[in-house]
Ligand binder design. Sequence first.
Ligand SMILES: *[C@@H]1O[C@H](CO)[C@@H](O)[C@H](O)[C@H]1NC(C)=O
Ligand SMILES: *[C@@H]1O[C@H](CO)[C@@H](O)[C@H](O)[C@H]1NC(C)=O
Ligand SMILES: *[C@@H]1O[C@H](CO)[C@@H](O)[C@H](O)[C@H]1NC(C)=O
Ligand SMILES: *[C@@H]1O[C@H](CO)[C@@H](O)[C@H](O)[C@H]1NC(C)=O
Ligand SMILES: *[C@@H]1O[C@H](CO)[C@@H](O)[C@H](O)[C@H]1NC(C)=O
Ligand SMILES: *[C@@H]1O[C@H](CO)[C@@H](O)[C@H](O)[C@H]1NC(C)=O
Ligand SMILES: *[C@@H]1O[C@H](CO)[C@@H](O)[C@H](O)[C@H]1NC(C)=O
Ligand SMILES: *[C@@H]1O[C@H](CO)[C@@H](O)[C@H](O)[C@H]1NC(C)=O
Length: 681
Amino acid sequence: MVNCQLKALKIGLLMVWLCGFVLISISFYASNQMLPPSSIKEQIKNPSNSVGPTVTIFAAARPFIGLIGSRQSLAVRSWLGLSQDIRVILFSQDPSVFSFADSFGPDSRVSVEPHIDYTFLGTPFFHSMVARAQASDSDISVLLDSETILFPDFISTLNYAHKLDHDWLLFASSRSMLDFPFQLDVDGQHWIGVNGQRIKTKKLQEFLSHGWREHCDDKKVIMAWNNGDIPLHNGALPPFLYGKGFHNIWVINEALSSNFRFVFDASFTISSFFVNSLDLYPKIEARNWENVGNSHLRAFYGSLFFREANYSTVIKLFECTGHYHFGNTTENIVFPFGSVKGLSFNGLEVRRFSNHKKLFGCFDKIKSLGKKVGCSRKNQSMSLEPLVLPFSLEILLSMRADHNKTIVLAVAGYSYKDMLMSWVCRLHHLQVSNFVVCALDDDIYDFCVLQGLPVFRDRLAPRDISYDDCHFGTNCFQRVTKVKSRVVLEILKLGYNVLMSDVDVYWFKNPLPLLTTFGPAVFVAQSDEYKITGPINLPRRLNSGFYYAHSDSTTVAAFKKVVKHASLSNLSEQPSFYDTLCGLNGSYRLNDDTCQEPETNLTVHFLDRNLFPNGAYRDLWDSSNVSSTCTSIGCFVLHNNWISGRQKKLERQVSSGLWEYDTSTRMCLQSWQRSKPISYF
Ligand SMILES: *[C@@H]1O[C@H](CO)[C@@H](O)[C@H](O)[C@H]1NC(C)=O
Ligand SMILES: *[C@@H]1O[C@H](CO)[C@@H](O)[C@H](O)[C@H]1NC(C)=O
Ligand SMILES: *[C@@H]1O[C@H](CO)[C@@H](O)[C@H](O)[C@H]1NC(C)=O
Ligand SMILES: *[C@@H]1O[C@H](CO)[C@@H](O)[C@H](O)[C@H]1NC(C)=O
Ligand SMILES: *[C@@H]1O[C@H](CO)[C@@H](O)[C@H](O)[C@H]1NC(C)=O
Ligand SMILES: *[C@@H]1O[C@H](CO)[C@@H](O)[C@H](O)[C@H]1NC(C)=O
Ligand SMILES: *[C@@H]1O[C@H](CO)[C@@H](O)[C@H](O)[C@H]1NC(C)=O
Ligand SMILES: *[C@@H]1O[C@H](CO)[C@@H](O)[C@H](O)[C@H]1NC(C)=O
């Protein structure tokens, strides 16, 4: 400890800080009574600090293919080589990412997390990534880009930060390189040059110091935080799409202004870089999501927006003669004790005129490097171009249909957006991915685009149907339901089978394998019969909120009749289905669960009421555990109908636990967050 530079310092207790970490907590306990005694015990139990903090690195991985694949592979291996305490979790649903993780063998430190929110094109949502990283059980979570290469000073910085006596969030910018000619050796610990020789750290540092280039890329910001109880920032993170926009910077800004955690810039102590590359998320998506500027998000998610990325006043971490110190570059102040008491540096600073030549020498040196995080792009607000997914209905259907050419269709207006999300999350959970959403109004269309859903707009839909009380029996409801049969007919004509499901139909299991067994010229629908015995196809007992229509000429011909009938009727489309297909008064009934329309010969099959119960049958919604009661009778789905009013419907579904979406965090409820209470009201 020769270079401790202690001579001039007055406060004896703090001297230990500079010379070792063993007594840090004790010294702070003496000076800061707020520190809980338990952390002292921990320090004493583990005096040598030989065991570092556990660290989990989270990154959204692109497919491991080609150049990007090898860059990502190099990056991940550089992380793993830093410490045995590092685990890696890659966000992806792509098979090549799973194979990459498997290549490290069973029980390896690399795993894949497919259970966060993704757009239908496979791009992960940033807010969902952050939430997953915060749910980590490791001491420290790190979020970075999957191509970022790290060096040992990363782990030293984290080891240091881990000892701070306040919850913290650090960020660091990565350097951008045009080329990096080195490779990692087999054990992932040493860098080797083109001639196969090990590269000395010093040479590597020298090489890296030349590579620095100014850039303006949010993804290249590393964020790390300790997993304490204190949130990163106030409020909720909007549903940002990963890789599109300044989201890391948004989090840092919010963290700074929330003042919950000690936020510092560790760019000077973390050497990291990436080889400059083009953005590789699907081009088509990129183009559109770039338009999804803050103005749109603001419209949906309130104020909170992007401020200028200028971190010149943020405290910087730097290293001097083997020790870490904090400094404020705008004021030319250093904090030689390296400490953060609470959030205050008061009374610990040293100014230039005091006797710390060496320290200021180091400080001046790093300042001259002029590393900056963020960039001077001041205005991120974007023009209010309308949001449009560049997919026609035909393309969307061909992208989404399963191999039986079947589509699951939901039709929704803005007042049902939360219900829609819960329904979508449930389908994600059941791994049903062949759904599309038909938007009844512009608001729900924009909402779906922002939520990454495959959505199309029904151009003929009436414009004014986002009413809160657009429920059964109202004039609005009648007009909405007529949209549905028209859209289904359009899709049938394009050659796709359609499972039409209202968003208030809760799916316990995927009904498609059963529904597809009925074959052509059979229309399969839920019965609205509430009695436990007797026929289920009595007049007007056909529920048009859940049915399966096979794409064939018979079905199309019959559907044309239904749509025509509905267009002339004053009622909703539901009676049109029954009256057209089963005859007025049920005159086309063949037996207790089928009808046959005589002109087209379409057979109508009513689904078993135990397997596809409506909301009145057996008072299922009133049972103490709806889920277990339904499961015991073999339900595929349960319809949340036979209840009046949107709010009551929502309450019933949320309180019964058949709810899959957290409106406060704007994320699907995933297994890793189930323990938390669901917030809806
Ligand atoms: C650093 O100094 C600037 C200029 O005085 C000041 O505004 C800022 O609050 C300081 N930063 C911190 C974290 O104290
Ligand atoms: C950042 O802020 C500092 C102090 O407020 C100012 O001197 C500097 O020009 C700003 N930098 C940019 C890029 O706006
Ligand atoms: C930022 O963008 C908005 C909207 O495009 C514009 O009105 C405003 O003048 C811009 N501000 C600056 C500083 O460029
Ligand atoms: C596709 O159709 C076949 C034959 O009807 C059926 O066995 C299979 O379950 C269907 N697949 C899905 C996902 O519905
Ligand atoms: C539809 O409503 C109009 C006026 O409300 C009424 O005159 C007409 O008879 C109704 N038609 C049918 C088929 O019910
Ligand atoms: C349907 O029933 C009503 C009353 O029960 C009767 O007046 C009407 O003629 C019946 N219509 C048909 C087509 O059987
Ligand atoms: C419906 O079936 C009847 C009796 O089998 C047959 O005469 C008629 O041609 C069929 N209609 C169509 C449209 O296939
Ligand atoms: C309902 O029962 C299932 C098991 O059948 C159980 O897992 C679940 O926690 C229960 N739900 C409630 C709300 O009690």
